[in-house]
Ligand binder design. Sequence first.
Ligand code: ASP
Length: 340
Amino acid sequence: MALKKILIIHTGGTIGMFPTEQGYAPSKEGFHRVLASIPELSAPSMPTWDLIDMDPLLDSSNISVNEWNKIGSMIAENYDSYDGFVVLHGTDTMAYTASALSFMLRNNAKPVILTGSQIPLCEIRNDARDNLLTSLLIAADDRVHEVCLYFGGKLLRGNRAMKYSADDLIAFESPNYPSLADVGIEIKYNASALLPPCKGRFSLQPLENIPIGVIKIFPGIQFELFDAVMTERLKGIVIETFGAGNIPGDEKALLPIIRKATENGTVMVICSQCPHGTVTLGAYEASATLKNAGAVSGYDLTTEAAVAKLYYLFSRGLTREEIKARMERSLRGEVTMKHE
Ligand code: ASP
């Protein structure tokens, strides 16, 4: 059987960083040198691979819509020439990029595996080596047809993942969806959790830098401070509420803001501050105001996926009503609907 061919896209992040006087920073030449010193990368049981570097390489704190479009284009331009893709990325915003790519790569049927590490590959003790080698093997596996995040022994759906630990080597969780594979002595795929291959024609939806916001509700929040943010420029807002979608009941302060957002046509998406579980708007009096004002439920969407989905839906040029309808529907397995 012909060896699978994988494209590695290096965007920066700790995995390829080297110590400098200002702390760890990406180095293209350094990273290529370390890769060349790992014999396992060219072992007969490994897929063959090519590497392209994003220019410039970035700490992922600086990765945003512009870079998502660059990464998306690199995949789209090479889609027919490779069997799978490994995207090397900083951990800080990896879950955002994974979510964004899951929407942008329409009808994707190939494995796109985002990975990185907490310790650079150049260090003697590191998690980079396993994350890279295992991601390459997963990217060559016919069972995977979606954008995933592989880290610390777990393969997660990209748009279900969140960075959970700033220092553990198992740094990501998927609180509302099972792992797609668990990696121990063997790579054990969870067949029932994986998406089936898409049948339509692959295409890339580039994203626009749409003005959207995220508000985290907290006890004592002074809603009137947000009045200035709620202009007609704001296209969408993710509200991270308490528990199942609740907000403080000071209607005098809150209602004018919500009314303004509704009049301005801002799409309000209600997510929960609890990583696990789902939003149920209207279950309590404290969430009924949001429901009555026309906010949409994010159910168990992560904030990362909610933000990426808003960018995507607005970039497609849909109407506000079409966007609201799609926010409450699963497009790429990112959300669990009540009837699922
Ligand atoms: N600041 C780094 C980044 O996200 C952290 C990492 O890669 O682990 O690029």
